[in-house]
Design a protein around this ligand. Structure first.
Ligand code: NAD
Length: 483
């Protein structure tokens, strides 16, 4: 296979929060994998910056350990790791004080791309942006990368956008939603807009409904008190599921270019109906045989925060009016799995008789595990015995399709390289984030004023019974939650 990877220019990447959990688990191992793929230029530098008092050698050891823990062992070649960590540096910097800023300014090189990854708590985004600006560390070509959560409602998101806008142009701001970095998500665009097959059917005339499920088998233990302040709607719906919905629902952009794509996504959010309260199910997991309840994990016996949500939505535009979209996400469910299912309508008439029934096509886009796509089609069962119909999957599993088997780049590493290439297509624009909050806020406000507790559900299943009813009453059913 001929590689057509777009080259990356020499860069200085400063990771604020370089000693944190996200840097250790995702950012640094991801950079190492890109190094192995030959995508880190020879003179590029990665500079960890955090409050911890470390020197280069100490931080290189930290990076070495992160690689050994989070990159698969077949890639732990000592010579490669040593060569990679020679790109790594460290500087103690205080986002809220003066320490480290003059030193950081002195470290910057002219004529290389500068990127600043804000892998820190959101309350530090503003102070970091200000200091980068005031110390003239960031130039007009620099990029900043900000992590979720981007605000907790429209007001805070606007305030955050305002603070960043004081020091940076929108073209310099990369708001990460790692779901957009997944191979499948990009493939969704390739399949939709690179083929003639699907687009004519991609509307309410042919699509019966769409299901988006992001299920997790773990509870919120460990980060329970943090999670309890957000809940499933803030933690998952407003960002990840909304982004997936946009990619499924958007009109074809005129070109695969950041603003063209993001303009179309924004139109989907703006066309989303406010959901009817009876079309929303909120749940909290109960205790299991050896697992704690949500209330215990959240350390809040009175909590009214949801660990599960299912909702039915409508999009009011010509393409989608009449096609319901069902979203579902939750903790402590049967399996860890994420998928989008586009369920097409049945053929209008079954020429094979009623007993063969009517069978619809389903396009399933799997985000995890086993990233891939699968189109269910009806065929005749092979062999003698008359015209018996069966359903078979046309399967496209990316792991097998890629030369290096299970080595699909992680979403983070793909997105970091996009930052270095200056490509914002897979990052959220400020107005998108605000539009998503503008849609979410009234839903949360209505819950808060009603003061109702979510319904309980058993751990290890598919959520509350009311969630099943949400589809049953429309004559539909959820796809099974399975890995
Ligand atoms: P963490 O608590 O593990 O690490 C925080 C980092 O910030 C540390 O390196 C710490 O030294 C640094 N820091 C704290 N105060 C500082 C200051 N005043 N000046 C300079 N540095 C300071 O946090 P994390 O889990 O790595 O998360 C970082 C960000 O990423 C958060 O915004 C979080 O919401 C987001 N995020 C994390 C994950 C994840 O999997 N951990 C996933 C998605 C988003």
């Amino acid at each position: 296979m001929v590689s057509r990877v777009i080259p990356v220019e020499v860069f200085d990447l400063v990771i604020f929060g370089g000693t944190g959990d996200l840097a250790r688990r995702k950012i640094l191992p991801g950079l190492y994998r890109r190094y192995l793929a030959g995508q880190i230029p020879e003179n590029a530098r990665v500079i960890g910056a955090a409050r911890t008092d470390l020197d280069d050698a100490g931080y290189r050891q930290f990076v070495n350990d992160a690689i050994c823990e989070f990159v698969k062992s077949s890639k732990h070649d000592k010579a490669h790791i040593d060569a990679f960590v020679s790109h790594i540096h460290y500087l103690p910097v205080d986002a809220l004080g003066d320490a480290g800023w003059n030193e950081l300014a002195a470290m910057m090189r002219p004529d290389v791309i500068r990127a600043f990854y804000f892998s820190v708590a959101p309350r530090l985004f503003g102070p970091l942006a200000e200091r980068l600006h005031d110390h003239e560390i960031a130039d007009g070509d620099s990029r900043i990368v900000v992590e979720k959560p981007f605000g907790r409602d429209l007001k805070t998101a606007k305030a955050l956008n305002g603070v960043l806008a004081e020091s940076f142009d929108e073209k310099q701001i990369y708001r990460i939603d790692h779901y957009l970095g997944k191979e499948t998500v990009q493939n969704l665009m390739a399949v939709r807009f690179g083929n003639i097959l699907f687009e004519p059917l991609w509307n309410s005339q042919y699509v019966d409904h769409i299901q988006i499920t992001v299920a997790e088998s773990v509870g919120v233990g460990g980060r329970g008190s943090y999670y309890d302040k957000s809940g499933a709607i803030r933690d998952m719906i407003q960002n990840h599921l909304m982004q997936l919905l946009c990619l499924i629902g958007m009109e074809p952009p005129s070109e695969f270019e950041p603003d063209a794509v993001r303009d179309e996504k924004l139109k989907v959010i703006r066309a989303l109906d406010a959901p009817d309260p009876k079309d929303i199910v909120r749940g909290q997991y109960r205790a299991g045989d050896d697992t704690a309840s949500y209330l215990t994990d959240a350390e809040n016996p009175e909590s009214k925060t949801e660990s599960f949500i299912a909702m039915k939505l409508g999009i009011s535009n010509w393409r989608w009016k009449g096609t319901p979209i069902y979203l579902r996400t939750g903790k402590r469910l049967r399996e860890r799995t994420s998928e989008i299912a586009v369920v097409f309508k049945d053929p209008p008439h079954s020429i094979f008789g009623e007993q063969e029934g009517r069978r619809g096509n389903v396009l399933v886009i799997r985000l995890q595990p086993n990233e891939g796509m699968n189109l269910r089609v009806t065929i005749k069962e092979p062999g003698p015995g008359g015209m018996r119909l069966i359903e078979v999957p046309l399967d496209m599993s990316f792991a097998e399709a890629l030369a290096d088997g299970d080595d699909i780049p992680d979403a983070y590493e793909r997105l970091i390289m996009d930052v270095m290439r200056g490509n914002q297509t897979l990052f959220m624009r400020g107005d998108e984030v605000e539009a998503a909050w503008a849609w979410t806020d009234p839903i949360i406000e209505a819950w808060e004023s009603a003061g109702k507790k979510p319904v309980e559900y058993d751990p290890g299943g598919s959520g509350p019974d009311d969630s099943l009813m949400l589809l049953h009453r429309d004559g539909r059913r959820w796809r099974e939650i399975k890995a």
